[in-house]
Design a binder for this molecule. Sequence first.
Ligand SMILES: [Zn+2]
Length: 90
Amino acid sequence: MKTNRKKKMTEKNNCPHCKSTKLEYYPDVDGASWVRHIYVQTKNGWEIKVFADEDKDVSTIQTGKIFQEDMMPYMYCISCTAEFHGRDLA
Ligand SMILES: [Zn+2]
């Protein structure tokens, strides 16, 4: 049994129901997201940029960042279609 409970930065979390790692996080389910997004016009068309107030780019984040910014993280498991609270991540 592992004694180190602290997960590594890039370690994947699992669905609390089926242990799948195919998970989605919805930052704006309550309409008050800490994440903002804009489209910037480029040579390819309009390209999305995701950012937060202090962070210029949050297009890729770690699980800890979600807990830091979102008190009620809404998550969805693609494998078993469960909807669950981010704090219940396995
Ligand atoms: Zn699941």
